[in-house]
Design a protein around this ligand. Structure first.
Ligand code: CA
Length: 235
């Protein structure tokens, strides 16, 4: 429970043997994995689970991979969601269009798992540097994940396990607004029943713990939307 949440990879692929292979290898690397079988399910899971990266097959039932990518890019909530497209050999033109549509990278089938995992790591490192580092910083706040230590300026901040996971989640996505439901899923887990109001209680505790007289409150409340680590706080 005390460990920072691992990046969540959404695998969108209708070939079950490949999905199974991808899940096995991604989990072995320490990622969390969720699966969608078609484009419609992909859109739903992208909303519900806010994955850190999407592995998106080109040829899918219902909505094609390219259309899924286009839709993800067309909405504020998923505009910056990293996407790696999986394409079949011989779709050279499609590959280029894939990048035009806003995919961060593409990989041609058949591919080696070593290559795929390297691409995943590279995209996550580029887009969310926090995943690649043991120490994440935002303004004068730092979270040392190996030592499980939080500081604001020179002051040690003592957090309960839930407040720690909340802060770590915000640090991985600075500036992004999360609804209470999204925070529940990310921090408590989607299989746990907790009232949305509980999130407010823990946000309140996190704020209090991070409070330094004369300094800004780094957690922003976005009316009727949720909470974010405030970009304007960062100097
Ligand atoms: Ca396919």
């Amino acid at each position: 429970m005390s460990v920072a949440k691992k990046p969540l990879v959404l695998v969108v692929e209708d070939e079950m043997p490949l999905t199974t292979l991808l899940r096995y290898n991604l989990e072995k690397e320490g990622y969390r994995v969720s699966e969608a079988r078609d484009g419609e399910e992909a859109m739903i899971l992208a909303d519900e689970e806010t994955p850190d990266l999407v592995l998106l097959d080109w040829m899918l039932p219902k909505i094609s991979g390219i259309e899924v990518c286009r839709r993800l890019r067309g909405r504020a909530e998923s505009r910056n969601m990293p996407v790696i497209m999986l394409t079949a050999r011989g779709e050279e033109g499609d590959r280029i269009r894939g990048l035009d549509t806003g995919a961060d990278d593409y990989i041609t089938k058949p591919f080696s798992m070593t290559e795929l995992l390297a691409r995943v790591r590279a995209v996550l490192r580029r887009i969310r540097p926090a995943f690649a580092e043991d120490v994440a910083t935002f303004g004068d706040i730092s979270v040392d994940r190996s030592a499980h230590r939080v500081r604001r300026g020179a002051k040690d901040i003592h957090l309960g396990p839930t407040e720690y996971r909340l802060l770590d989640h915000f640090m991985q996505h600075p500036g992004r607004v999360f609804s209470r439901e999204q925070l529940l899923d990310a921090v408590w887990g989607s299989d746990v029943y907790v009232e949305a109001r509980t999130v407010d209680v823990h946000i309140g505790r996190l704020r209090k713990a991070l409070n330094v007289p004369g300094q800004n409150d780094p957690i922003r409340t976005v009316r009727s939307a949720g909470y974010a680590l405030d970009e304007s706080f960062k100097n």
